[in-house]
Design a binder for this molecule. Structure first.
Ligand code: ATP
Ligand code: MG
Length: 581
Protein backbone atom coordinates (compact mmCIF):
# COMPACT_ATOMS: atom_id res chain seq x y z
CA UNK A 1 0.00 0.00 0.00
CA UNK A 2 2.92 2.32 0.59
CA UNK A 3 4.66 1.46 -2.66
CA UNK A 4 2.61 3.79 -4.90
CA UNK A 5 3.49 6.65 -2.55
CA UNK A 6 7.25 6.30 -3.06
CA UNK A 7 7.67 9.80 -4.48
CA UNK A 8 6.18 11.47 -1.44
CA UNK A 9 8.20 9.17 0.79
CA UNK A 10 11.41 10.10 -0.96
CA UNK A 11 10.59 13.80 -0.55
CA UNK A 12 9.93 13.19 3.15
CA UNK A 13 13.23 11.37 3.69
CA UNK A 14 15.22 14.06 1.84
CA UNK A 15 13.56 16.79 3.94
CA UNK A 16 14.26 14.96 7.16
CA UNK A 17 17.92 14.45 6.23
CA UNK A 18 18.29 18.12 5.30
CA UNK A 19 16.78 19.59 8.43
CA UNK A 20 18.58 17.11 10.69
CA UNK A 21 21.93 17.92 9.08
CA UNK A 22 21.25 21.65 9.49
CA UNK A 23 20.38 21.09 13.18
CA UNK A 24 23.62 19.23 13.70
CA UNK A 25 25.50 22.20 12.27
CA UNK A 26 24.21 24.70 14.86
CA UNK A 27 26.65 23.92 17.72
CA UNK A 28 29.53 24.03 15.22
CA UNK A 29 28.58 27.59 14.28
CA UNK A 30 28.42 28.52 17.97
CA UNK A 31 31.84 27.00 18.48
CA UNK A 32 33.19 29.05 15.57
CA UNK A 33 31.62 32.25 16.92
CA UNK A 34 33.08 31.72 20.38
CA UNK A 35 36.57 30.70 19.28
CA UNK A 36 37.03 33.13 16.40
CA UNK A 37 34.54 35.92 17.01
CA UNK A 38 34.61 36.27 20.79
CA UNK A 39 38.06 34.96 21.75
CA UNK A 40 39.90 36.68 18.85
CA UNK A 41 37.62 39.76 18.98
CA UNK A 42 37.03 39.32 15.25
CA UNK A 43 33.88 41.22 14.26
CA UNK A 44 33.84 39.79 10.73
CA UNK A 45 33.84 36.23 12.08
CA UNK A 46 30.92 37.07 14.37
CA UNK A 47 28.88 38.48 11.50
CA UNK A 48 29.72 35.47 9.35
CA UNK A 49 28.67 33.13 12.16
CA UNK A 50 25.46 35.10 12.69
CA UNK A 51 24.51 34.93 9.02
CA UNK A 52 25.38 31.25 8.86
CA UNK A 53 23.29 30.53 11.95
CA UNK A 54 20.37 32.45 10.50
CA UNK A 55 20.68 30.45 7.28
CA UNK A 56 20.68 27.20 9.23
CA UNK A 57 17.54 27.98 11.21
CA UNK A 58 15.74 29.00 8.01
CA UNK A 59 16.69 25.70 6.36
CA UNK A 60 15.55 23.82 9.47
CA UNK A 61 12.26 25.66 9.53
CA UNK A 62 11.48 25.07 5.87
CA UNK A 63 12.40 21.41 5.73
CA UNK A 64 10.96 20.52 9.10
CA UNK A 65 7.64 21.95 7.98
CA UNK A 66 7.86 20.09 4.69
CA UNK A 67 8.84 16.82 6.37
CA UNK A 68 6.08 17.03 8.99
CA UNK A 69 3.47 17.77 6.37
CA UNK A 70 4.60 15.11 3.90
CA UNK A 71 5.00 12.36 6.46
CA UNK A 72 1.62 12.99 8.06
CA UNK A 73 -0.04 13.27 4.72
CA UNK A 74 1.35 9.91 3.59
CA UNK A 75 0.23 8.44 6.90
CA UNK A 76 -3.31 9.79 6.66
CA UNK A 77 -3.56 8.75 3.04
CA UNK A 78 -2.53 5.21 3.92
CA UNK A 79 -4.98 5.09 6.82
CA UNK A 80 -7.81 6.39 4.70
CA UNK A 81 -7.28 3.59 2.23
CA UNK A 82 -6.95 1.01 4.98
CA UNK A 83 -10.19 2.14 6.62
CA UNK A 84 -12.05 1.90 3.33
CA UNK A 85 -10.60 -1.57 2.73
CA UNK A 86 -11.63 -2.74 6.19
CA UNK A 87 -15.10 -1.27 5.92
CA UNK A 88 -15.68 -2.74 2.45
CA UNK A 89 -14.42 -6.04 3.75
CA UNK A 90 -16.78 -5.98 6.73
CA UNK A 91 -19.73 -5.31 4.47
CA UNK A 92 -18.84 -8.25 2.27
CA UNK A 93 -18.57 -10.71 5.15
CA UNK A 94 -21.40 -13.18 5.74
CA UNK A 95 -23.95 -12.90 8.49
CA UNK A 96 -22.26 -15.79 10.31
CA UNK A 97 -19.14 -13.65 10.78
CA UNK A 98 -21.09 -10.95 12.59
CA UNK A 99 -22.94 -13.45 14.73
CA UNK A 100 -19.57 -14.85 15.81
CA UNK A 101 -17.49 -11.70 16.14
CA UNK A 102 -17.98 -9.13 18.80
CA UNK A 103 -19.04 -5.83 17.26
CA UNK A 104 -16.90 -3.94 19.77
CA UNK A 105 -13.83 -5.79 18.59
CA UNK A 106 -14.56 -5.05 14.95
CA UNK A 107 -14.91 -1.38 15.76
CA UNK A 108 -11.65 -1.48 17.69
CA UNK A 109 -9.89 -2.81 14.54
CA UNK A 110 -11.16 0.36 12.88
CA UNK A 111 -10.20 2.70 15.73
CA UNK A 112 -7.62 1.55 18.30
CA UNK A 113 -5.58 -0.57 15.91
CA UNK A 114 -5.67 2.09 13.23
CA UNK A 115 -4.60 4.60 15.89
CA UNK A 116 -1.53 2.48 16.67
CA UNK A 117 -0.66 2.59 12.99
CA UNK A 118 -1.28 6.33 12.85
CA UNK A 119 1.25 6.86 15.64
CA UNK A 120 3.95 4.92 13.91
CA UNK A 121 3.26 6.42 10.50
CA UNK A 122 3.07 10.00 11.68
CA UNK A 123 5.62 10.25 14.48
CA UNK A 124 7.52 6.99 14.38
CA UNK A 125 8.76 7.23 10.83
CA UNK A 126 9.95 10.81 11.24
CA UNK A 127 11.50 10.11 14.64
CA UNK A 128 13.29 7.01 13.45
CA UNK A 129 15.18 8.73 10.66
CA UNK A 130 15.77 11.97 12.50
CA UNK A 131 16.96 10.34 15.73
CA UNK A 132 19.29 7.84 14.07
CA UNK A 133 20.86 10.57 11.95
CA UNK A 134 21.19 12.98 14.87
CA UNK A 135 22.72 10.37 17.14
CA UNK A 136 25.22 9.12 14.57
CA UNK A 137 26.06 12.67 13.45
CA UNK A 138 26.59 13.96 16.99
CA UNK A 139 28.88 11.06 17.94
CA UNK A 140 31.00 11.47 14.80
CA UNK A 141 31.29 15.24 15.26
CA UNK A 142 32.23 14.89 18.93
CA UNK A 143 34.87 12.27 18.13
CA UNK A 144 36.39 14.68 15.62
CA UNK A 145 36.18 17.67 17.93
CA UNK A 146 37.92 15.97 20.82
CA UNK A 147 37.86 12.22 21.24
CA UNK A 148 39.28 12.30 24.77
CA UNK A 149 36.58 14.61 26.05
CA UNK A 150 34.01 12.48 24.24
CA UNK A 151 35.18 9.36 26.06
CA UNK A 152 34.76 11.11 29.40
CA UNK A 153 31.32 12.35 28.41
CA UNK A 154 30.36 8.89 27.19
CA UNK A 155 30.60 7.66 30.77
CA UNK A 156 27.00 8.72 31.31
CA UNK A 157 25.70 6.73 28.34
CA UNK A 158 25.60 3.24 29.96
CA UNK A 159 23.37 4.40 32.84
CA UNK A 160 21.17 6.26 30.34
CA UNK A 161 20.76 3.22 28.08
CA UNK A 162 20.15 0.97 31.05
CA UNK A 163 17.57 3.27 32.65
CA UNK A 164 15.81 3.76 29.30
CA UNK A 165 15.57 0.04 28.66
CA UNK A 166 14.10 -0.60 32.12
CA UNK A 167 11.75 2.35 31.83
CA UNK A 168 10.42 1.22 28.46
CA UNK A 169 9.58 -2.28 29.64
CA UNK A 170 8.03 -1.11 32.91
CA UNK A 171 6.06 1.71 31.36
CA UNK A 172 4.82 -0.42 28.48
CA UNK A 173 3.47 -2.91 31.01
CA UNK A 174 1.94 -0.12 33.10
CA UNK A 175 0.32 1.56 30.12
CA UNK A 176 -1.08 -1.62 28.69
CA UNK A 177 -2.77 -2.22 32.01
CA UNK A 178 -4.00 1.38 31.97
CA UNK A 179 -5.50 0.77 28.52
CA UNK A 180 -7.23 -2.38 29.72
CA UNK A 181 -8.62 -0.56 32.73
CA UNK A 182 -9.92 2.25 30.56
CA UNK A 183 -11.60 -0.31 28.33
CA UNK A 184 -13.22 -1.83 31.45
CA UNK A 185 -14.56 1.55 32.47
CA UNK A 186 -15.95 2.18 28.99
CA UNK A 187 -17.53 -1.25 28.66
CA UNK A 188 -19.20 -0.85 32.01
CA UNK A 189 -20.54 2.58 31.13
CA UNK A 190 -21.82 1.38 27.77
CA UNK A 191 -23.59 -1.55 29.36
CA UNK A 192 -25.14 0.65 31.97
CA UNK A 193 -26.43 3.16 29.45
CA UNK A 194 -27.71 0.50 27.07
CA UNK A 195 -29.50 -1.26 29.91
CA UNK A 196 -30.57 1.84 31.79
CA UNK A 197 -34.23 0.93 31.71
CA UNK A 198 -33.49 -2.47 33.21
CA UNK A 199 -31.15 -0.93 35.77
CA UNK A 200 -33.80 1.51 36.93
CA UNK A 201 -36.61 -1.00 36.77
CA UNK A 202 -34.75 -3.32 39.12
CA UNK A 203 -33.36 -0.52 41.30
CA UNK A 204 -29.83 -1.69 40.61
CA UNK A 205 -28.22 1.76 40.73
CA UNK A 206 -26.47 1.16 44.06
CA UNK A 207 -25.04 -2.17 42.95
CA UNK A 208 -23.94 -0.60 39.68
CA UNK A 209 -22.27 2.25 41.50
CA UNK A 210 -20.28 -0.22 43.56
CA UNK A 211 -19.21 -2.17 40.51
CA UNK A 212 -18.25 1.01 38.74
CA UNK A 213 -16.40 2.18 41.87
CA UNK A 214 -14.29 -0.98 41.91
CA UNK A 215 -13.47 -0.73 38.20
CA UNK A 216 -12.66 2.94 38.55
CA UNK A 217 -10.39 2.21 41.51
CA UNK A 218 -8.38 -0.30 39.47
CA UNK A 219 -8.11 2.28 36.69
CA UNK A 220 -6.80 4.81 39.22
CA UNK A 221 -4.20 2.38 40.56
CA UNK A 222 -2.97 1.46 37.10
CA UNK A 223 -2.55 5.14 36.26
CA UNK A 224 -0.75 5.97 39.48
CA UNK A 225 1.66 3.12 38.84
CA UNK A 226 2.40 4.44 35.37
CA UNK A 227 2.91 7.92 36.78
CA UNK A 228 5.30 6.62 39.43
CA UNK A 229 7.50 5.05 36.77
CA UNK A 230 7.60 8.27 34.74
CA UNK A 231 8.22 10.30 37.88
CA UNK A 232 11.39 8.35 38.56
CA UNK A 233 12.67 8.10 35.01
CA UNK A 234 12.32 11.57 33.52
CA UNK A 235 13.95 13.50 36.40
CA UNK A 236 16.70 10.87 36.41
CA UNK A 237 17.42 11.57 32.75
CA UNK A 238 17.46 15.27 33.54
CA UNK A 239 19.89 14.59 36.36
CA UNK A 240 22.13 12.50 34.12
CA UNK A 241 22.17 15.38 31.63
CA UNK A 242 23.34 17.68 34.40
CA UNK A 243 26.03 15.20 35.30
CA UNK A 244 27.15 15.14 31.68
CA UNK A 245 27.47 18.93 31.65
CA UNK A 246 29.44 18.77 34.90
CA UNK A 247 31.83 16.23 33.38
CA UNK A 248 32.30 18.35 30.27
CA UNK A 249 32.90 21.51 32.30
CA UNK A 250 35.35 19.83 34.63
CA UNK A 251 37.44 17.83 32.16
CA UNK A 252 36.90 20.27 29.32
CA UNK A 253 37.78 23.19 31.63
CA UNK A 254 41.02 21.51 32.71
CA UNK A 255 41.90 20.96 29.09
CA UNK A 256 41.07 24.58 28.26
CA UNK A 257 43.41 25.64 31.04
CA UNK A 258 46.04 23.34 29.52
CA UNK A 259 45.27 24.93 26.11
CA UNK A 260 44.34 21.54 24.61
CA UNK A 261 40.72 22.50 23.98
CA UNK A 262 39.06 25.79 23.05
CA UNK A 263 36.14 27.33 24.98
CA UNK A 264 34.04 27.00 21.84
CA UNK A 265 34.58 23.26 21.81
CA UNK A 266 33.48 22.90 25.42
CA UNK A 267 30.35 24.94 24.62
CA UNK A 268 29.68 22.78 21.54
CA UNK A 269 29.98 19.65 23.68
CA UNK A 270 27.34 20.95 26.07
CA UNK A 271 25.00 21.57 23.15
CA UNK A 272 25.68 18.20 21.56
CA UNK A 273 24.84 16.41 24.76
CA UNK A 274 21.17 17.03 24.06
CA UNK A 275 21.73 15.64 20.53
CA UNK A 276 22.66 12.34 22.14
CA UNK A 277 20.13 12.20 24.94
CA UNK A 278 17.03 12.99 22.98
CA UNK A 279 17.56 10.50 20.12
CA UNK A 280 18.22 7.64 22.53
CA UNK A 281 14.91 8.27 24.26
CA UNK A 282 13.11 8.77 20.98
CA UNK A 283 14.47 5.59 19.48
CA UNK A 284 13.28 3.52 22.40
CA UNK A 285 9.84 5.07 21.94
CA UNK A 286 9.88 4.27 18.23
CA UNK A 287 10.71 0.68 19.08
CA UNK A 288 7.58 0.47 21.24
CA UNK A 289 5.43 2.11 18.63
CA UNK A 290 6.68 -0.25 15.97
CA UNK A 291 5.82 -3.22 18.17
CA UNK A 292 2.26 -2.17 18.84
CA UNK A 293 1.80 -1.13 15.22
CA UNK A 294 3.10 -4.53 14.15
CA UNK A 295 0.56 -6.23 16.40
CA UNK A 296 -2.19 -3.99 15.02
CA UNK A 297 -1.17 -4.71 11.42
CA UNK A 298 -1.21 -8.42 12.12
CA UNK A 299 -4.73 -8.26 13.48
CA UNK A 300 -5.98 -6.05 10.66
CA UNK A 301 -4.50 -8.17 7.90
CA UNK A 302 -5.69 -11.38 9.55
CA UNK A 303 -9.16 -9.91 9.32
CA UNK A 304 -8.69 -8.76 5.74
CA UNK A 305 -7.53 -12.26 4.87
CA UNK A 306 -10.79 -13.90 5.97
CA UNK A 307 -12.99 -15.05 3.13
CA UNK A 308 -16.74 -14.68 3.40
CA UNK A 309 -18.41 -18.04 4.01
CA UNK A 310 -21.22 -17.27 1.62
CA UNK A 311 -19.25 -16.77 -1.60
CA UNK A 312 -20.14 -15.07 -4.81
CA UNK A 313 -20.45 -17.52 -7.70
CA UNK A 314 -17.58 -17.50 -10.21
CA UNK A 315 -19.96 -17.44 -13.15
CA UNK A 316 -23.31 -16.12 -11.92
CA UNK A 317 -26.43 -17.60 -13.51
CA UNK A 318 -28.47 -15.18 -15.61
CA UNK A 319 -31.88 -14.59 -14.03
CA UNK A 320 -34.89 -13.72 -16.18
CA UNK A 321 -35.98 -10.09 -15.50
CA UNK A 322 -38.40 -10.54 -12.64
CA UNK A 323 -38.34 -14.16 -11.54
CA UNK A 324 -41.55 -16.15 -11.15
CA UNK A 325 -40.74 -16.78 -7.54
CA UNK A 326 -40.75 -20.56 -7.16
CA UNK A 327 -38.67 -21.61 -4.20
CA UNK A 328 -37.66 -25.23 -3.73
CA UNK A 329 -35.86 -26.59 -0.71
CA UNK A 330 -34.41 -30.02 -1.48
CA UNK A 331 -33.01 -32.43 1.12
CA UNK A 332 -31.76 -29.54 3.14
CA UNK A 333 -29.59 -29.98 6.19
CA UNK A 334 -27.90 -27.19 8.10
CA UNK A 335 -26.14 -26.53 11.39
CA UNK A 336 -24.39 -23.43 12.71
CA UNK A 337 -21.84 -25.65 14.40
CA UNK A 338 -20.48 -28.58 12.34
CA UNK A 339 -21.99 -31.87 13.48
CA UNK A 340 -24.91 -30.20 15.27
CA UNK A 341 -27.68 -29.90 12.66
CA UNK A 342 -30.40 -27.36 13.39
CA UNK A 343 -32.41 -28.22 10.27
CA UNK A 344 -32.78 -31.76 8.86
CA UNK A 345 -34.41 -33.43 5.85
CA UNK A 346 -36.36 -30.41 4.71
CA UNK A 347 -38.13 -30.78 1.37
CA UNK A 348 -40.51 -27.96 0.54
CA UNK A 349 -41.69 -26.50 -2.75
CA UNK A 350 -43.24 -23.05 -2.67
CA UNK A 351 -45.15 -22.16 -5.84
CA UNK A 352 -45.05 -18.65 -7.34
CA UNK A 353 -47.44 -16.34 -5.48
CA UNK A 354 -48.01 -18.84 -2.68
CA UNK A 355 -48.38 -17.45 0.82
CA UNK A 356 -46.61 -19.72 3.31
CA UNK A 357 -46.61 -19.35 7.07
CA UNK A 358 -44.03 -21.05 9.27
CA UNK A 359 -45.04 -21.81 12.83
CA UNK A 360 -43.41 -23.75 15.63
CA UNK A 361 -42.03 -23.42 19.12
CA UNK A 362 -39.17 -21.12 19.90
CA UNK A 363 -35.77 -22.44 18.82
CA UNK A 364 -37.40 -24.82 16.30
CA UNK A 365 -35.42 -23.39 13.39
CA UNK A 366 -37.90 -21.08 11.68
CA UNK A 367 -35.57 -18.09 11.41
CA UNK A 368 -32.79 -20.44 10.36
CA UNK A 369 -34.89 -21.81 7.50
CA UNK A 370 -35.68 -18.24 6.46
CA UNK A 371 -31.94 -17.44 6.42
CA UNK A 372 -31.38 -20.44 4.11
CA UNK A 373 -34.02 -19.22 1.66
CA UNK A 374 -32.40 -15.79 1.52
CA UNK A 375 -28.90 -17.29 1.42
CA UNK A 376 -27.53 -15.68 4.53
CA UNK A 377 -26.05 -19.13 5.03
CA UNK A 378 -25.31 -22.03 2.70
CA UNK A 379 -26.76 -25.46 3.52
CA UNK A 380 -24.49 -28.24 4.76
CA UNK A 381 -26.36 -30.69 2.53
CA UNK A 382 -29.08 -30.33 -0.09
CA UNK A 383 -29.93 -27.09 -1.85
CA UNK A 384 -32.33 -24.21 -2.18
CA UNK A 385 -33.39 -23.08 -5.64
CA UNK A 386 -35.15 -20.03 -7.00
CA UNK A 387 -37.00 -20.79 -10.27
CA UNK A 388 -34.88 -23.93 -10.47
CA UNK A 389 -31.54 -22.14 -10.08
CA UNK A 390 -29.40 -23.01 -7.08
CA UNK A 391 -29.06 -19.90 -4.88
CA UNK A 392 -25.30 -20.47 -4.79
CA UNK A 393 -25.18 -19.82 -8.54
CA UNK A 394 -26.93 -16.46 -8.30
CA UNK A 395 -24.95 -13.25 -7.83
CA UNK A 396 -25.60 -11.71 -4.41
CA UNK A 397 -27.00 -8.45 -5.77
CA UNK A 398 -29.35 -10.29 -8.17
CA UNK A 399 -30.64 -12.52 -5.40
CA UNK A 400 -31.28 -9.59 -3.06
CA UNK A 401 -33.25 -7.80 -5.77
CA UNK A 402 -35.56 -10.83 -6.05
CA UNK A 403 -35.75 -12.07 -2.48
CA UNK A 404 -36.06 -9.59 0.35
CA UNK A 405 -35.97 -10.36 4.03
CA UNK A 406 -37.88 -8.19 6.52
CA UNK A 407 -36.30 -8.91 9.90
CA UNK A 408 -38.09 -9.42 13.21
CA UNK A 409 -37.32 -6.00 14.64
CA UNK A 410 -37.86 -3.17 12.17
CA UNK A 411 -34.33 -1.87 11.85
CA UNK A 412 -33.87 1.82 11.10
CA UNK A 413 -30.66 3.59 10.15
CA UNK A 414 -29.97 7.09 11.36
CA UNK A 415 -31.49 9.42 8.79
CA UNK A 416 -34.93 10.59 7.80
CA UNK A 417 -37.91 8.30 7.43
CA UNK A 418 -37.80 8.98 3.69
CA UNK A 419 -34.20 7.78 3.48
CA UNK A 420 -35.08 4.72 5.48
CA UNK A 421 -37.92 3.76 3.19
CA UNK A 422 -35.93 4.46 0.01
CA UNK A 423 -33.08 2.30 1.29
CA UNK A 424 -34.13 -0.61 -0.90
CA UNK A 425 -34.73 1.51 -4.02
CA UNK A 426 -32.90 4.84 -3.79
CA UNK A 427 -34.02 5.86 -7.30
CA UNK A 428 -37.74 6.08 -6.51
CA UNK A 429 -39.33 9.53 -6.85
CA UNK A 430 -41.18 11.34 -4.11
CA UNK A 431 -44.54 10.72 -5.81
CA UNK A 432 -43.85 7.00 -6.11
CA UNK A 433 -42.89 6.97 -2.46
CA UNK A 434 -46.03 8.77 -1.33
CA UNK A 435 -48.23 6.61 -3.56
CA UNK A 436 -46.69 3.42 -2.19
CA UNK A 437 -47.12 4.59 1.39
CA UNK A 438 -50.73 5.62 0.75
CA UNK A 439 -51.31 2.21 -0.82
CA UNK A 440 -49.92 0.52 2.26
CA UNK A 441 -51.89 2.74 4.62
CA UNK A 442 -48.85 4.15 6.38
CA UNK A 443 -48.91 7.61 4.78
CA UNK A 444 -51.27 8.92 7.47
CA UNK A 445 -49.06 7.95 10.36
CA UNK A 446 -45.97 9.41 8.73
CA UNK A 447 -47.51 12.76 7.76
CA UNK A 448 -48.86 13.05 11.31
CA UNK A 449 -45.28 13.12 12.61
CA UNK A 450 -43.91 16.62 13.34
CA UNK A 451 -41.72 16.71 10.25
CA UNK A 452 -43.51 14.10 8.18
CA UNK A 453 -41.22 12.16 5.86
CA UNK A 454 -38.30 14.32 6.94
CA UNK A 455 -38.58 13.22 10.56
CA UNK A 456 -35.14 12.23 11.70
CA UNK A 457 -34.76 8.87 13.41
CA UNK A 458 -31.67 7.61 15.20
CA UNK A 459 -30.30 4.23 14.25
CA UNK A 460 -32.20 2.46 16.97
CA UNK A 461 -35.26 4.39 15.84
CA UNK A 462 -35.84 5.48 19.41
CA UNK A 463 -38.37 8.15 18.45
CA UNK A 464 -40.73 5.57 16.96
CA UNK A 465 -42.69 2.82 18.66
CA UNK A 466 -42.01 -0.83 17.82
CA UNK A 467 -45.07 -0.92 15.59
CA UNK A 468 -44.12 2.26 13.78
CA UNK A 469 -40.65 0.92 13.11
CA UNK A 470 -42.24 -2.22 11.74
CA UNK A 471 -44.43 -0.07 9.45
CA UNK A 472 -41.40 1.78 8.10
CA UNK A 473 -39.57 -1.45 7.43
CA UNK A 474 -42.64 -2.90 5.68
CA UNK A 475 -42.78 0.24 3.52
CA UNK A 476 -39.09 -0.24 2.72
CA UNK A 477 -39.75 -3.74 1.42
CA UNK A 478 -42.85 -2.59 -0.47
CA UNK A 479 -40.95 0.14 -2.31
CA UNK A 480 -38.18 -2.32 -3.18
CA UNK A 481 -40.92 -4.50 -4.72
CA UNK A 482 -39.27 -7.95 -4.78
CA UNK A 483 -41.11 -10.99 -6.20
CA UNK A 484 -40.25 -13.08 -3.12
CA UNK A 485 -40.57 -11.89 0.46
CA UNK A 486 -39.38 -13.53 3.63
CA UNK A 487 -40.74 -11.97 6.75
CA UNK A 488 -40.01 -12.63 10.39
CA UNK A 489 -43.07 -11.41 12.25
CA UNK A 490 -42.43 -8.99 15.10
CA UNK A 491 -42.45 -10.77 18.43
CA UNK A 492 -43.10 -7.71 20.55
CA UNK A 493 -46.83 -7.26 20.96
CA UNK A 494 -48.16 -4.10 19.37
CA UNK A 495 -50.97 -1.92 20.60
CA UNK A 496 -54.28 -2.82 18.89
CA UNK A 497 -54.35 0.31 16.69
CA UNK A 498 -50.85 -0.20 15.31
CA UNK A 499 -51.37 -3.94 15.08
CA UNK A 500 -54.34 -3.37 12.79
CA UNK A 501 -52.27 -1.03 10.66
CA UNK A 502 -49.34 -3.46 10.51
CA UNK A 503 -51.63 -6.31 9.51
CA UNK A 504 -53.30 -4.28 6.78
CA UNK A 505 -49.92 -3.10 5.49
CA UNK A 506 -48.63 -6.65 5.49
CA UNK A 507 -51.60 -7.91 3.52
CA UNK A 508 -50.93 -5.26 0.87
CA UNK A 509 -47.22 -6.02 0.89
CA UNK A 510 -47.70 -9.75 0.45
CA UNK A 511 -50.40 -9.60 -2.22
CA UNK A 512 -49.25 -11.14 -5.49
CA UNK A 513 -45.84 -12.24 -4.21
CA UNK A 514 -44.36 -15.49 -3.07
CA UNK A 515 -44.15 -15.00 0.66
CA UNK A 516 -42.77 -16.92 3.58
CA UNK A 517 -43.90 -15.47 6.89
CA UNK A 518 -42.70 -16.68 10.25
CA UNK A 519 -45.71 -16.28 12.50
CA UNK A 520 -45.64 -15.80 16.23
CA UNK A 521 -49.36 -15.03 16.42
CA UNK A 522 -51.29 -17.88 14.92
CA UNK A 523 -53.96 -15.48 13.65
CA UNK A 524 -51.43 -14.79 10.89
CA UNK A 525 -51.58 -18.47 9.91
CA UNK A 526 -55.32 -18.38 9.30
CA UNK A 527 -54.85 -16.47 6.03
CA UNK A 528 -52.02 -18.62 4.71
CA UNK A 529 -52.29 -20.78 1.61
CA UNK A 530 -50.27 -23.34 3.50
CA UNK A 531 -48.91 -23.61 7.02
CA UNK A 532 -45.62 -25.41 7.67
CA UNK A 533 -45.23 -26.57 11.24
CA UNK A 534 -41.57 -26.76 12.23
CA UNK A 535 -40.36 -28.60 15.28
CA UNK A 536 -36.81 -29.46 16.21
CA UNK A 537 -35.49 -28.65 12.76
CA UNK A 538 -38.04 -30.67 10.75
CA UNK A 539 -41.28 -29.93 8.95
CA UNK A 540 -43.68 -32.01 10.99
CA UNK A 541 -46.99 -30.94 9.41
CA UNK A 542 -47.99 -29.03 6.31
CA UNK A 543 -51.29 -27.88 4.86
CA UNK A 544 -53.88 -25.09 5.01
CA UNK A 545 -54.93 -23.85 8.43
CA UNK A 546 -58.38 -25.45 8.38
CA UNK A 547 -57.11 -28.84 7.21
CA UNK A 548 -54.42 -28.90 9.87
CA UNK A 549 -56.89 -27.96 12.59
CA UNK A 550 -59.22 -30.74 11.48
CA UNK A 551 -56.38 -33.22 11.71
CA UNK A 552 -56.05 -32.81 15.45
CA UNK A 553 -52.26 -33.10 15.46
CA UNK A 554 -49.36 -30.95 16.53
CA UNK A 555 -50.77 -27.79 14.95
CA UNK A 556 -54.11 -28.26 16.69
CA UNK A 557 -52.34 -28.45 20.06
CA UNK A 558 -50.27 -25.40 19.22
CA UNK A 559 -53.36 -23.50 18.13
CA UNK A 560 -55.42 -24.51 21.13
CA UNK A 561 -52.68 -23.38 23.45
CA UNK A 562 -52.34 -20.12 21.60
CA UNK A 563 -56.06 -19.30 21.74
CA UNK A 564 -56.10 -20.17 25.44
CA UNK A 565 -53.18 -17.79 25.95
CA UNK A 566 -55.28 -15.05 24.35
CA UNK A 567 -58.12 -15.39 26.80
CA UNK A 568 -58.31 -12.84 29.59
CA UNK A 569 -56.41 -13.96 32.65
CA UNK A 570 -53.66 -15.68 30.68
CA UNK A 571 -50.31 -13.98 30.34
CA UNK A 572 -50.21 -15.03 26.70
CA UNK A 573 -47.42 -17.62 26.44
CA UNK A 574 -47.39 -17.35 22.68
CA UNK A 575 -44.10 -18.96 21.99
CA UNK A 576 -43.87 -22.10 24.10
CA UNK A 577 -43.98 -25.70 23.04
CA UNK A 578 -47.46 -27.18 22.81
CA UNK A 579 -48.67 -29.80 25.24
CA UNK A 580 -48.66 -33.31 23.78
CA UNK A 581 -51.72 -33.64 21.56
N1 ATP B 1 -26.02 -17.79 14.98
C1 ATP B 1 -26.27 -18.93 15.61
N2 ATP B 1 -25.25 -19.71 16.02
C2 ATP B 1 -25.48 -20.88 16.63
N3 ATP B 1 -26.70 -21.37 16.89
C3 ATP B 1 -27.76 -20.65 16.51
C4 ATP B 1 -27.60 -19.39 15.85
N4 ATP B 1 -28.82 -18.90 15.59
C5 ATP B 1 -29.71 -19.80 16.06
N5 ATP B 1 -29.08 -20.86 16.61
C6 ATP B 1 -29.71 -22.06 17.18
O1 ATP B 1 -30.46 -22.68 16.18
C7 ATP B 1 -31.69 -23.15 16.67
C8 ATP B 1 -32.83 -22.58 15.84
O2 ATP B 1 -32.86 -21.17 16.01
P1 ATP B 1 -33.88 -20.23 15.23
O3 ATP B 1 -33.46 -18.85 15.46
O4 ATP B 1 -33.95 -20.69 13.82
O5 ATP B 1 -35.24 -20.55 15.98
P2 ATP B 1 -36.67 -19.91 15.72
O6 ATP B 1 -37.54 -21.05 15.35
O7 ATP B 1 -36.58 -18.79 14.76
O8 ATP B 1 -37.04 -19.38 17.17
P3 ATP B 1 -37.89 -18.08 17.59
O9 ATP B 1 -39.31 -18.46 17.46
O10 ATP B 1 -37.52 -17.90 19.02
O11 ATP B 1 -37.49 -16.96 16.73
C9 ATP B 1 -31.75 -22.75 18.13
O12 ATP B 1 -31.42 -23.88 18.90
C10 ATP B 1 -30.70 -21.70 18.27
O13 ATP B 1 -30.11 -21.78 19.54
MG1 MG C 1 -36.75 -16.59 15.02
Amino acid sequence: MLAPRWRAMLAAVVSIVLFTAASLGKPLVIQYALDHGVADRDKGALVFAGVLFFGLICVIYAFQALATYTVNRIGQDFLRELRVRLFTHYQRMSLSFFERENAGRLVSRMTADIQALTDVLNNGFLMLIQSSLTLAGAVIILLFLNWKLFLFTALILPPLLFATAIFRTASERAYSSVRERIADVLIHMQETFAGLRVVQAFVREQHNMERFGAINERNFEANVKAVRISAIYFPFVEWLGGLGIAIILYFGGRQVAGEEVSIGTVAAFVFYLEFIFQPIQNLSQVYDMAQSAGAALNKIFALLGLRPEVREPEKPAVLPGPVRGRIAVEGLEFGYIPGRPVLRDIDVVIEPGEHIVLVGPTGAGKSTLAKMMTRFYDPTAGRVTLDGIDLRAIAGADLRAQVTMVPQEGFLFSGTIRENILFGRPGATDDELRAACRDLGVDGFITALPEGYDTYVSFRGSRLSAGQKQLVSIARAFVADPPVLVLDEATSSLDPATEGMVEAALRRLLAGRTSIVIAHRLSTAEHADRVLVIDDGRVVESGPHAALLARGGYYTALYRQWTRGREPGHGGPLRTSPEPA
